[in-house]
Design a protein around this ligand. Sequence first.
Ligand code: GCB
Length: 608
Amino acid sequence: MNSMLYPKTSRTRRIVDMNGLWKFCFDPESEGLKNNWKNGLDPKRTMEMPVPASFNDFFTDKDSREYTGDFWYETSVFVPGEWEGKNIGLRFDCATHRAVVFVNGEKIATHEGGFLPFTARINKVVKWNEPNRVVVCLNNELSYTTLPAGSTKVFSDGTKMSKPFFDFYNYAGLQRPVRLVVTPKDEIVDFSVKHSLEGSDSITEYKVTADSDKEILIQVYDENRKLVATASGDKGVIRISNVRLWEVRDAYLYTFRILLMDQEMIADEYEEEIGIRTIEVKDTDILINNKPVYLKGFGKHEDSEINGRGFNLAVVKRDFELMKWIGANSFRTSHYPYAEEIIQMADREGFLVIDEVAAVGFFESLMNFMEASTGKQTAFFSREIVQTETKANHKAALSELIARDKNHACVIAWSLMNEPETTSKSAVPYFKEIFDLARELDPQKRPRTFAMVMNSTPNACKCYSFPDILSLNRYYGWYNRGGYEMMEAKEAFIREMDQWQELGLNKPFLFTEFGADTMAGIHKLPSVMWSEEYQEEYLRMQFEVFDSYDFVKGEQVWNFADFQTTEGIMRVNGNKKGIFTRNRQPKAVAYVFKKRWENLPLNYKSIL
Ligand code: GCB
């Protein structure tokens, strides 16, 4: 059974960190398979490559940075003989965008999708007390069926180039940690929790899946390691009296310890920190522990200098410190599932997370945000391959995401797509299946949403009845009537908001994107677009509109920080809509947000 549990050491489990320098080479002719690179890469062609990291930004030549196609990694891992009789797995926290894994020359796993973990069992091929060769063939090509979607162009000399239908650089590689995971043969595979409240007590329904028929015990500890509850059996109910709830920006985490017992002996042990809270949408409110919340925060990216999209805990830490400083309480994992350590940190810091699957680019255009404002339609969902292969990949990625993140208190909603094309009829059955699947798979039945592009208006959108929370990406005053036309932009914005109001959906709305590109340090009085002054004027106009509609229950500005994109006439070495620079320093507008967000109460605009 493939387990999505986060790798941890316990009395019964062991981990070997495999991060570090691996061998690496490009394979533009796709000759690696024929030439048996699974038995070892060709030394004449290899170089060293850090893991975790994106490969792209280390290079000084453009062909390497932009490389599109197959590429290979190799390392070796020593497996001590004392682990014979255990399950040995290789866990990739991600491999972007797809991978084939070989151990000691044998193919042991394939995985599609670059932002979710997978574990390959290697028992059949492992050599005990010896180094084991691990070779991985990755590929970063985009197509209509990939998440994220895009296309791959081939030049006359055969060189390939990525043409994303999305606005972030197509970083690739082993971008998150890789570990050898050693678990017992009788193994805990999965567990889930769902909470409800009864007076000052919490009731947690739990379910454990194990590859074993041994007895299951649950022990719950508080933050002082005091045992507060126990239960037994593969499913049941745990009551915690006088529970300390997980609250927004005031987190409390219990430790749930799961034990597989063989009489008095512990056959397997796994622990996870769990925040206890409820999440519900009621009328136009988002309720956490039955109390209304207003979301303040960001759309983000995993993106930093040199690492690219490579996991960098120091950058993650800095981001959380900045989000706390500015008074934010939430973010969206735009446009793909982030590293598990980020979700864990959000649990610990009490942030609300909208967890997004990498279904982005479902609108055939690199500049979809702009073309949608002009009314462009692409009928993405009318393609047969989208209704078959893309949908299958989407469902697989969504299932993996929910399997991975379902127990996290911080995750309050699933974002099932970013800016899909919603004006053609063919989108409707696709949406239905994806929205139904999310509801079916999530034990906590969290609200579902998707980020709606500019042309998904009340008049044109055929899919707005699916989400439980409506998330609008709106750029009035930037892509639409920018600069001196701002006054008209505001009028158009209000016209659209009035139409939503008239529909009377009685659901909460969020702004999941709004923003203006701004070069840090460019000042101009009076403002021009791209200056810091314009960013502030633009944002003040947005706030006026948000503040006049009571059903708007949150604002997540685009973007937390400047980030890398594909080069082009619309981007100056990347997208500059950051409130912080790519180096995580504030632009002037950060102080405007700080003042606003520190003063908006958590239950802002609630009728409760
Ligand atoms: C959008 C996209 C986002 C872009 C942003 C922009 O609508 O969802 O990925 O980066 O607009 O800045 O244009």
